[in-house]
Design a protein around this ligand. Sequence first.
Ligand code: GTP
Ligand code: MG
Length: 219
Amino acid sequence: MTRVAVEPVEGGLFVKPWIFIRGVPAMKFLPPEGPPEVAFAGRSNVGKSSLLNALVGRRGLARTSNTPGRTQELNYFVPDGYGGEGARLPPMALVDMPGYGFAKAPKAQVEAWTRLVFDYLRGRVTLKRVYLLIDSRHGVKKIDEEVMDLLDSAAVSYQVVLTKTDKIKPPAVSRLVEETRRAIARRPAAYPEVLATSAEKGMGIDDLRVAVARAVQDR
Ligand SMILES: Nc1nc2c(ncn2[C@@H]2O[C@H](COP(=O)(O)OP(=O)(O)OP(=O)(O)O)[C@@H](O)[C@H]2O)c(=O)[nH]1
Ligand SMILES: [Mg+2]
């Protein structure tokens, strides 16, 4: 039944060009709470920035890299054409986050990123939904479970998204979806469905668009 309401918004959200508006290096630089926010979280190099680009259909909007630790701030993206003031607030913002669990950068830096990510996830009132990305080749790791614990205890709704499914065989994707679904079944803030995506090949991107549009509409 909600399908009817979702589709026009979905078209409207992702047909428009999206733009980068700001990078936030620490909690005190967050923009005032306004439009609903949807954030991409996950271990370094899992494919957060690539998935955001696939979602908005703009390669190179969020910067990606082979080297873990590319994204170092909370990066805000919105559909173009809104002034950002009063009634002209954009309908939503997408937030690309630094990765967690990356041990090679200087320790103080890793700690600062991780703190920023955890503080944001725990404390942002306008955060509507987190997409928690898991690399299909690696599955759920201990640090991912810690993030799920945090989201469960802060009652922040999240959905697990498998990334880079082009790197494993289709039967392995189905198995991993099932396995992951079972692993999160008892988690109170987890959305029960697990999405399987490839930013590279475009798999699962339409499903993700619908899911994001629905998350923003759910009030
Ligand atoms: N084969 C394949 N490679 C991908 C896919 N998505 C991302 N990659 C590659 O994975 C690497 C990391 O991608 P990013 O999008 O920068 O990952 P990230 O999670 O934003 O990384 P950090 O910002 O460093 O935490 C890049 O070399 C991408 O090209 C995918 O769906 N398939
Ligand atoms: Mg990134």
